[in-house]
Write a protein that binds this ligand. Structure first.
Ligand code: NDP
Length: 278
């Protein structure tokens, strides 16, 4: 039976460490303040935004909300970001995605000061990651590295296969595994013989966006399986990109959905916010 990697417990431990760090910094008169920008009132986005604000409150990071109407113009949004960039009190800026179709997400991301880009999406931060320089790193893949390290799973020298090449998950995941000296293969929708490639993996990271697509036929006996996917099924329950029940008996360790990668994303966002305490 596989070890179930408890992302909730690990993320709680990280949040407690950060809380202690923030309290110490406060005594030195140093604080962090996150500006959270939401456009429209998509219910899923509102849940994410509230969870982020709750985590800030728990750790002791200040947070301020900027709620803009669905029909706000791109120009108005860019003006707000410009104001937040210049505001010395604000140490981190987060624009909740997705944005309405009339707003270009790339333009918005590029407008955020890279030094306040706690999501790690700005091209300057993406570039820094790929050449091994310091910068903000995308939270979900950063959280996966933490999950592996805190579960004593060796990365160095091991075969790591990432399914998915998105800018937010797949690509930064590959760069981080490479930074940890893994031997990395990235798969996507055009990959041939996906099963065979996946079966090479000691560590298989799945970020496809297809419910339960990965079953035991993709998994080498004893591999570590990290499931990034998150989907709401018809019965109201959540599932991942991995068929958990089918894969469980084949692997040595696996992340559940919910309670695996998801909670780590917020913990790493908080970690990024704490980088700028001054
Ligand atoms: P994207 O849709 O941006 O990317 C999906 C990737 O999977 C693409 O690279 C695509 O290939 C590849 N892919 C799609 N179908 C196949 C297939 N049949 N075989 C092989 N590769 C395939 O998704 P994201 O990276 O943003 O997210 C992935 C999943 O993770 C989603 O379920 C999302 O909800 C979840 N997620 C969870 C987070 C968390 O905190 N837990 C955070 C972020 C995402 P191609 O490039 O060729 O199209």
């Amino acid at each position: 039976m596989a070890k179930i990697i408890d992302g909730k417990a690990i993320s709680n431990a990280i949040k407690d460490e950060l809380k202690e760090y923030v309290e110490k910094k406060k005594k030195e008169g140093k604080t962090a303040n996150l500006a959270v920008v939401q456009v429209g009132n998509d219910p899923a986005s509102s849940v994410y935004v509230n969870n982020k604000k709750k985590a800030c409150a728990y750790i002791g990071i200040g947070s301020s909300s900027y709620e803009l109407p669905e029909d706000v113009t791109q120009e108005e949004l860019l003006l707000l970001i410009d104001r937040l960039n210049k505001d010395e009190e604000i140490t981190g800026i987060l624009v909740q995605l997705p944005l309405p179709a009339h707003i270009n997400e790339d333009t918005v991301i590029r407008k955020i000061d890279p030094g306040k880009d706690v999501d790690g999406f700005h091209p300057m931060n993406v570039g820094a990651l790929s050449i091994g320089e310091d910068g903000f790193v995308s939270c979900t893949p950063q959280g996966i590295i933490e999950l592996l390290k805190r579960s004593d799973i060796e990365i160095s020298g091991r075969e790591c296969v990432v399914i998915g090449r998105s800018n937010i998950v797949g690509k930064p995941m590959a760069m981080l595994l490479l930074r940890e000296n893994g031997t990395v293969t990235v798969c996507h929708s055009r990959t041939k013989n996906l099963k065979e490639v996946c079966k090479r993996a000691d560590i298989l990271v799945v970020a496809i966006g297809k419910p339960k697509m990965i079953d035991h036929e993709y998994v080498k006996e004893g591999a570590v399986v990290i499931d990034v996917g998150i989907h709401r099924m018809e019965n109201g329950k959540l599932c991942g990109d991995v068929d958990f029940d089918d894969v469980c008996s084949h692997c040595s360790a696996i992340t559940p959905v919910p309670g695996g990668v998801g909670p780590m994303t917020i913990a790493m966002l908080m970690n990024n916010c704490c980088k700028n305490i001054s």
